[in-house]
Design a protein around this ligand. Structure first.
Ligand code: NI
Length: 144
């Protein structure tokens, strides 16, 4: 992939706000900051579509509730095609942290994430939406 330069016209006020944003976030250059924002918008589009995306579902739950652990396992078995791997960490005496790595259609992944988070006893859950890089890499040869 080669880098392409292009000109952008912006209102001065907007550019000033963008420059403070860049500094605040620690971006070394405007280009990197703009590139990340564009990427973020494109990944959001991917998740609104029907192609293949990747992500993680992070769960915090009560270790002592056995029925809850079984329920989470049952749900994950229903989605075995979407789940690539999972990692269980015993956070402390009471709490477990589980990271479920997923790849597949956005609607499948969202359905899995919603099912996991609605199980009684799950204290917090978060879905991280990222990309398989197939759509946003811009290389048509990379697409499925
Ligand atoms: Ni545990």
């Amino acid at each position: 992939m080669k880098l392409v330069r292009f000109g952008v016209s912006l209102e001065d006020v907007l550019l000033a706000r963008f420059d403070s944003y860049q500094k605040e976030k620690g971006y070394p250059t405007r280009s990197k900051a703009i590139s990340d924002l564009i990427k973020e918008a494109l990944v959001k589009e991917e998740w609104a579509g029907h192609g293949s995306v990747a992500g993680t579902v992070t769960l915090i739950y009560d270790h002592h509730r056995r029925e809850l652990v079984n329920k989470l396992t049952d749900i994950q078995h229903d989605f075995y095609k979407t789940i690539i791997s999972s990692q269980h960490i015993h956070l402390d005496h009471n709490n477990c942290l589980e990271v479920v790595v997923v790849k597949g259609k956005p609607e499948e992944i969202k359905s899995l994430a919603n099912k996991l988070k609605s199980v009684k006893g799950v204290k917090h859950s978060a879905l991280t939406m990222t990309t398989t890089e197939k759509e946003t890499s811009g290389c048509p040869l990379d697409k499925e």
